[in-house]
Design a protein around this ligand. Structure first.
Ligand SMILES: *[C@@H]1O[C@H](CO)[C@@H](O)[C@H](O)[C@H]1NC(C)=O
Length: 178
């Protein structure tokens, strides 16, 4: 009796030890942590990272790659999309501002494209800086519409907000890596 009690006691201690030092892998935690850092765009962040099958492996390298690819894909579509918006606008003031936004989108795409090589060579600090530059460049477009009477077209605002949010996910991830 005393013998079996000892065994079960050791057993419990051993289990406690395992639980403390080798916690069960909790899938989703890293993504939750990352997305909690961008409360305004949390659903987009969770969707973007979770939807990619590569996120079965949860580490910062993988999340950096996923968020980069999403940001890059989106940024590539932005200049032609903004250009297409310009065509349907009559007001010359708005047209002019949108044409500035096309340039912002092109420059941002240039910066995010630069980030790719640094991501590949694991120079995360410089990759982050390029993404930050891209994000700042995109925010110029919205600022040009702050002065009346020009009203920013809703589709334009949504497209830029989405692009900035996707780049921001990459920034939040890479900020942990240098
Ligand atoms: C990206 O730019 C937007 C608009 O300026 C800003 O609100 C956001 O905080 C920036 N993202 C990051 C991660 O700094």
């Amino acid at each position: 009796m005393a013998f079996s009690l000892d065994i079960s006691y050791i057993h419990v201690l051993f289990l406690a030890f395992l639980t403390i030092f080798f916690p069960l892998p909790t899938k989703g935690d890293l993504i939750d942590d990352v997305c909690a850092q961008m409360p305004d765009n949390k659903p987009l962040c969770l969707d973007t990272l979770r939807a990619d099958p590569r996120s079965n492996t949860q580490n910062f390298q993988v999340l950096a790659q996923i968020s980069f690819d999403a940001a890059m894909k989106d940024a590539s579509g932005l200049p032609p999309f903004v250009e297409s918006l310009q065509i349907s606008v009559r007001d010359s003031g708005v047209k002019e501002r949108i044409s500035g936004c096309v340039r912002n989108a092109e420059n941002a795409l240039g910066s995010i494209t630069q980030a790719k090589q640094f991501l590949e060579s694991r120079r995360y600090g410089i990759a982050y800086e390029n993404a930050r530059l891209a994000n700042n460049t995109l925010s110029i477009c919205g600022h040009t519409f702050l002065t009346p009477p020009a009203i920013e077209p809703l589709e334009l605002k949504q497209a830029f907000d989405r692009s900035e949010a996707l780049i921001s996910i990459f920034m939040v991830v890479t900020r942990h890596m240098f």
